[in-house]
Design a protein around this ligand. Structure first.
Ligand code: GLC
Length: 686
């Protein structure tokens, strides 16, 4: 059941799209303190028992079980994804408590808010909303709502997913391998990257354009000196089966004569300060204004701007810097200049210096700047900080609505750095500027199911890590995990070690892992589409299925992927194996190349499994089938008859294989059920 509680007059975020009547009366599970008489701050407390677990919050630091830390929803451009942080680029305010009670809660509030999950007091959840206008949804699973094959916790998640609407569906090519690098500066760099992949026999579906393709980092422009034949390049590469995906940033450069800037000014489409002047921030292009994507008319205009690159052949985009990131603001800089001037005539005393340094050190993404500009939402001026976490979501919505209109029934690839629940209907996300650290590979593993709970199914991290220098063994291990993430993109930062696969001594082993990804695409795509249509999760923690198994609940580095398999990636350096917990009998497959595999039935329980650096392990669940495409099936498409089926332990197994043309939006379903008995006989049921 879903219960809706409305406090004050909330901003309509459109996170929830299923209409529901607000319930009058007390909210269950929580004790409420504060409220209207107490500066308007609301505190929702829940008293936990020792074994209670908390899941959710989407893109966040720390574990799958989120108990024991304090998290914030405050979308921030912060490349230091360390344990001490409280927020990253997304605000995903949904969590599930599982223990003496099992229920979900979604705090639909787009400003900054706090989730204290047993940090201040070990036994208490305290959710703080700083003002009185928001909506809370409480989700429970009554006995009659729980299907006999599903757990209570998964039923809660599915009910939530149903009210927030169907997740975004990318074209099937977006399940292929994708190569990106901040630092590809010229057309030749792009051609060269694709050529090298071909020479090495590394399958590749997309190559990315980072900010250097633009003229002076101006959105929707092309630097013709460095990309003189952009249209031809996109066409040439498309002919080779490789899509070109450009980046779009949130800030629009202030430059007279630049059409996007001029149109925005003429029509009043940028965010303004209280005095009516446009707010000026500083990002890659220097001084920028921010399109008011929360204003419907401005949003439609910004969406139409994508036409420029679509007409050149682009079939996908990544939206960046849309928290929106602020390196500085005009007002922030003025404050520094003013302070520095007073120091010039002073005796350089320490107090002056100590007043100046925080102005400089804390100039980026400053709360005071976010409080100084407004959005025009249906004629009402709303201060940015009250809706801060919606910005990236609405920028991506701008693009999605335009692309949907413009491309008829053809799907487009679209994903964003910043997000709020609701954006999952418009695009996917990548998890921003991670680092080439083993701990960030593990973080990638842990984030995926939490994101799925909040509707984000098309997601992935920068494979190999964005910042810092990757080691060869980390690249191998990261690929071994990332072949299961729907978005599978190798991306890295300017100035770091090059991390295209062919740069490494072990390039051949890496290629085999990517070739294996292509063998897995029919399964991954089929499971993805079924998860979308049934509001299911693609990645699940073990305890979402094995909820009576206390040991399954301890697994923070193993995941169920779709319905048929479990994965247990190696996430530590210099380890040639790992301990794995099997919540039921399973079949271990060890791939040493995309073709060569070793099969070993294993019993429920704890095991040590050897996994050499170049090997991928997959566990096929009891009574389940894993379909594999024939080797070198580079489109990821496969007829059911062509699939190799690997059966887990047990008498019988059945697999429902979903397939379609991979690019139309009518999702013409071609579902086929394949049943295999113990002797390996197949039966196809239409
Ligand atoms: C941001 C993005 C990163 C990109 C860089 C340059 O840091 O998160 O992916 O490469 O900007 O555009």
């Amino acid at each position: 059941m879903v219960f809706k509680y409305v406090y004050g007059s909330p901003v309509e975020t459109e996170a929830v799209i299923e209409p529901a009547e607000a319930v009058k009366g007390d909210i269950p599970f929580f004790h409420i303190a504060g409220g209207a008489g107490d500066k308007g701050i609301y505190e929702f407390s829940y008293s936990m028992s020792p074994g209670d677990k908390i899941f959710g919050l989407g893109e966040q630091v720390r574990g799958i079980n989120k108990r024991g830390w304090i998290y914030e929803s405050n979308n921030t451009d912060d490349p230091e994804h360390t344990e001490g942080k409280r927020s990253l680029y997304g605000a995903h305010n949904f969590f599930v408590v599982d223990g003496k009670d099992t229920f979900g809660a979604f705090f639909d509030y787009p400003g900054k808010m706090t989730f204290d999950f047993g940090y201040s007091r070990g036994s208490e959840i305290k959710v703080t909303v700083p003002e009185g206008n928001f909506t809370v949804y409480i989700i429970t699973a009554e006995d009659e709502e729980i299907s006999p094959i599903e757990t209570k916790i998964l039923t809660v998640v599915k009910q939530f997913r149903r009210i927030i609407g169907r997740s975004y569906i990318p074209p099937r090519w977006a399940f292929g391998y994708q190569q990106s690098r901040w630092g590809y500066k010229r057309e030749e760099d792009i051609y060269e990257t694709v050529k090298k992949h071909k020479e090495w026999g590394i399958p590749l579906d997309a190559v990315y354009l980072d900010i250097d393709y633009m003229e002076g980092f101006k959105d929707f422009t092309v630097n013709r000196e460095r990309f003189p034949h952009m249209e031809k390049m996109i066409g040439d590469l498309k002919a080779e089966g490789v899509k070109v995906v450009p980046i779009i940033d949130a800030g629009v450069k202030i430059e007279p004569g630049y059409s996007v800037y001029e149109e925005g000014i003429k029509n009043g489409y940028f965010c303004r300060k209280e005095d009516g002047a446009y707010f000026t921030g500083g990002v890659w292009p220097g001084r920028v204004h921010f399109p008011d994507v929360l204003n419907k008319e401005a949003r439609q205009w910004f969406g139409r701007c994508y036409e420029e690159l679509v007409s050149m052949g682009a079939e996908g985009f990544w939206n960046d810097m849309n928290e929106p990131a602020l390196f500085y603001s005009e007002d922030g800089l003025k404050e520094i200049y003013k302070k520095a001037e007073t120091m010039d005539s002073s005796d350089m005393n320490l107090n002056d210096f100590l007043e100046l340094t925080p102005l400089i050190n804390e100039i980026a993404n400053k709360a005071r700047d976010y409080e100084s500009f407004y959005h025009n939402i249906d004629g009402k001026m709303v201060r940015h900080d009250k809706v801060h976490n919606l910005y990236g979501c609405y920028m991506t919505r701008a693009a999605a609505e335009y692309l949907e209109k413009a491309s008829g029934d053809k799907r487009k690839l679209l994903f964003s750095r910043s997000s709020y629940i609701g954006m999952h209907r418009y695009g996917g996300i990548w998890t921003g500027d991670n680092k080439s650290w083993w701990s960030h590979l593990l973080l990638n593993v842990k984030m995926m199911p939490s994101l799925n709970m909040c509707g984000f199914l098309y997601c992935g991290a920068d494979v190999g890590g964005f910042g810092d220098n990757v080691t060869e063994d980390l690249m191998l291990r990261w690929l071994e995990f990332a072949i299961f993430t729907p978005l599978f993109r190798n991306h890295s930062a300017l100035g770091t070690r090059r991390q295209e696969i062919y740069q490494f001594e072990n390039a051949k082993a890496m290629r085999e892992i990517i070739r294996l990804r292509y063998r897995l695409i029919p399964y991954l795509y089929s499971e993805y589409m079924k998860a979308v249509f049934s509001f299911d999760m693609f990645f699940k923690p073990l305890c979402f299925v094995f909820d009576k198994d206390e040991q399954a609940a301890q697994a923070e580095d193993q995941l169920l992927v779709g319905d048929s398999i479990m994965i247990a990636p190696v996430v530590c350096q210099n380890q040639t194996g790992r301990y794995v917990y099997l919540p039921e009998d399973m079949l271990l497959i060890t791939f040493s190349t995309a073709e060569d595999m070793d099969l070993k039935p294993m019993k429920k329980g704890h095991h040590y499994v050897t996994v050499w650096e170049h090997e991928v392990i997959i566990f096929v669940r009891k009574n389940r089938l894993l379909p594999l495409a024939p080797p070198d099936n580079v489109t990821g498409d496969a007829l059911p008859e062509d699939l190799q089926l690997i059966k887990g332990p047990g008498e019988k197994a059945a697999y429902v294989y979903y397939n379609d043309d991979g690019y139309c939006t009518d999702y013409k379903r071609m579902k086929k059920t394949v049943v295999v008995d113990k002797a390996g006989n197949r039966e196809y049921i239409d």
